[in-house]
Design a protein around this ligand. Structure first.
Ligand code: AMP
Length: 113
């Protein structure tokens, strides 16, 4: 996708702080963190959200989450973490490239909305 900011980040055309990268994904620091650790897991293949995800993309996303589970210590998430993926206007999705927010590094509040 030519005009997708996360595709540009993945390709290195826009600067970001990458904390992990493999063939399936990059994990970057969110530019406006809402927790001491606020990362974005970005599958490299562009799709807008979880509703548009194909079976193959779901398999890739599963691999990404499994890999994330092995990075807990090095990402500073030993105490626990929250995964969030916004879809659409009601959830205030602002970037139309599927991403998983990874929040942690502190005791998060119970409220989600
Ligand atoms: P969402 O509202 O769920 O679509 O989340 C998009 C997230 O992307 C927000 O938390 C933004 O702070 C973050 N974001 C937008 N642009 C950048 C960027 N250039 N580098 C890192 N994070 C970004």
């Amino acid at each position: 996708m030519n005009d997708c900011i996360f595709c540009k980040i993945i390709k290195g055309e826009i600067p970001s702080t990458k904390v992990y990268e493999d063939n399936d994904m990059v994990i970057i620091k969110d530019i406006a963190p809402q927790a001491p650790v606020h990362l974005l897991l970005l599958p490299k293949e562009h799709f807008a959200n979880i509703v548009e995800m194909t079976d193959a993309q779901a398999q890739t996303l599963g691999r990404c989450l499994k890999k994330l589970s092995t990075l807990v210590d090095e990402l500073g998430l030993q105490g626990g973490f929250r995964l969030v993926s916004n879809k659409g206007a009601d959830a205030c999705q602002s970037v139309e490239h599927l991403h998983i927010h990874v929040l942690g590094g502190t005791k998060l509040t119970e409220k989600m909305g």
